[in-house]
Design a protein around this ligand. Structure first.
Ligand code: IFM
Length: 486
């Protein structure tokens, strides 16, 4: 069994090539990139999530999840796509870890499928399901890649949905039981734990907009789910701390820089409320401030009874906060209750294939705000990346200059934030591989590595090669500054 990986001391060796990387035309500029000046302890990673890449939908007694159900609903997902096979990662795990090593990554963020570990959500632990992650963790540690494990990335066991899902008051207890099961098996080797990924999204896309599993549309339910998610974070974190020696426990939030569309008082008020519902509704309680008063007033009787008081006594006790940043939000006032705020999409210079505005400075603003307003002491960018309409050449190679530029500029802003004193400790590109993009199915590609789904062939894109070269340049700079690695 491999040992627990600390932050790796760069060894000066250029990241090993993987045989499919091409030289990039940007290498010459690389030494000047501000990210090469990031400190020696910085983590360079990529992120994925279980349902989006694993496949092996029923292997070794895995139970069904809400996404297995939702993808069967006619019209729910583009082209009727499902995660049944996805990137076939469970079977190709060893090769995928080699791919990460080839990129020079020193950290990898992945999630565990709850229904692989507990097919019914609670009760009998499925040892063979846990074996999958045991193996993954060992493979990562053998390659000096630090595992960042996310417990929940949206794939609730269907058996728990049938008992009320995240809307049930028992959900935090179920989650703590699951956290304990994973920690008991992997806690000797995994130090970095993320409880939940983007509670805002699974609460509101899943229970208000209905475009994600479980496909429900009810404001009161969505707020209850968000409340239970915050409680689950805390009891899950407590369960981890009871089992794992000196873990680092965090949560990953999707944060948006919210701007009013026009400089009109109504729009500006709407932007504040949107920021409240998207960002502060989670940040404030996690940092021990309770639910934000302005939003409590806006939500009124939609809130679960006792929720406001419960949050007054709450603290997320974060060892780190994960920031998933993709785009800023533009907001205008609307008559629709309870928020009286709507997202708008004005004409802007750049959008990704998701239609998301490209604004790299937004990442820095979010990071600086967390340090300034919340006193965050350890941050990771746990997701950042972009979908574009990739075109592969006959060999499968994608010259994705748009994605490369997106990463280049966001990483430059992240490095500027560090220079201004923000305690950012690592960056995880979303995503390692093209994968199942939820309601968009396989139509939208975010990978540093192209996946040809019919053959499952992996080919590093130009953006992936650029990322590899950037990491190698950072390593060289560190070695040059301290050749003996003292
Ligand atoms: O693919 C998702 C991921 O699962 C969660 N954050 C946003 C990504 C892009 O939509």
């Amino acid at each position: 069994m491999a040992s627990l990986a600390g932050s790796r001391k760069p060894d000066g060796a250029a990241a090993p090539g993987d045989g499919v990387c091409r030289p990039t035309r940007h290498n010459a500029r690389m030494p000047d990139h501000p990210a090469t000046e990031l400190p020696p302890s910085f983590l360079w990673g990529a992120a994925t999530a279980a349902y989006q890449i694993e496949g092996a939908a029923t292997l070794h007694g895995k139970g069904r999840s809400i996404w297995d159900e939702f993808t069967r609903r006619p019209g729910a997902v583009a082209n009727g796509d499902t995660g049944d096979v996805a990137c076939d990662h469970v079977r190709r795990m060893r090769d995928d870890v080699e791919l990460m090593a080839g990129l020079g990554l020193n950290a990898y963020r992945f999630s565990v499928a709850w229904s692989r570990v507990l097919p019914r959500g609670i009760g009998q632990v499925n040892v063979r399901g846990l074996d999958v992650y045991d193996r993954l963790v060992d493979l990562l540690l053998e390659r000096d890649i630090r595992p960042f494990l996310t417990l929940y990335h949206w794939d609730l066991p269907q058996a728990l949905q049938e008992r009320g899902g995240w809307g049930s008051a028992d959900a935090p207890k179920w989650f703590a039981e699951y956290a304990a099961a994973v920690a008991t098996r992997l806690g000797d080797r995994v130090r970095d734990w993320t409880t939940l990924n983007e509670p805002q999204v699974f609460a509101f896309a899943g229970h208000l907009a209905g475009n994600h599993a479980p496909g429900l549309t009810d404001w009161g339910l969505a707020l209850r789910v968000a409340h239970h998610a915050l409680l689950a974070h805390r009891v899950g974190a407590d369960a981890l701390r009871a089992i794992v020696r000196a873990p680092r426990v965090g949560i990953a939030l999707d944060l948006h820089d919210c701007h009013s569309l026009r400089s009109l008082p109504d729009d500006e008020g709407a932007a504040v409320r949107m920021d409240g519902s998207q960002n502060r509704w989670f940040l404030d309680p996690l940092f021990g401030r309770g639910y934000p008063q302005d939003l409590v007033a806006a939500y009124g009787s939609l809130l679960p009874r006792g929720a406001v008081d419960a949050m007054h006594r709450y603290h997320g006790r974060l060892d780190f906060l994960g920031v998933n940043y993709y785009n800023p939000w533009r907001v205008e006032s609307s008559s629709e209750l309870p928020l009286r705020a709507a997202l708008v999409e004005p004409v802007v210079p750049e959008r990704t294939a998701m239609g998301w505005e490209v604004r790299p400075t937004g990442l820095r603003h979010v990071l600086e705000r967390l340090a300034r307003e919340y006193g965050a002491t350890a941050l990771y960018v746990t997701e950042n990346g972009a979908a574009y309409d990739d075109e592969a050449d006959p060999s499968g190679f994608v010259d994705d200059e748009d994605r490369r530029r997106y990463l280049d500029r966001h990483l430059a802003e992240a490095a500027r934030a560090v220079r201004s004193g923000v305690p950012l400790e690592g960056y995880f590109a979303w995503s390692l591989l093209d994968n199942f993009e939820w309601a968009e199915g396989y139509d939208k590609r975010f990978g540093l590595v192209r996946v040809d789904f019919p053959t499952q062939t992996r080919t590093v894109k130009a953006s992936g090669a650029w990322y590899r070269d950037l990491i190698a340049a950072w390593r060289r700079r560190i070695v040059a500054a301290d050749p003996l690695g003292m």
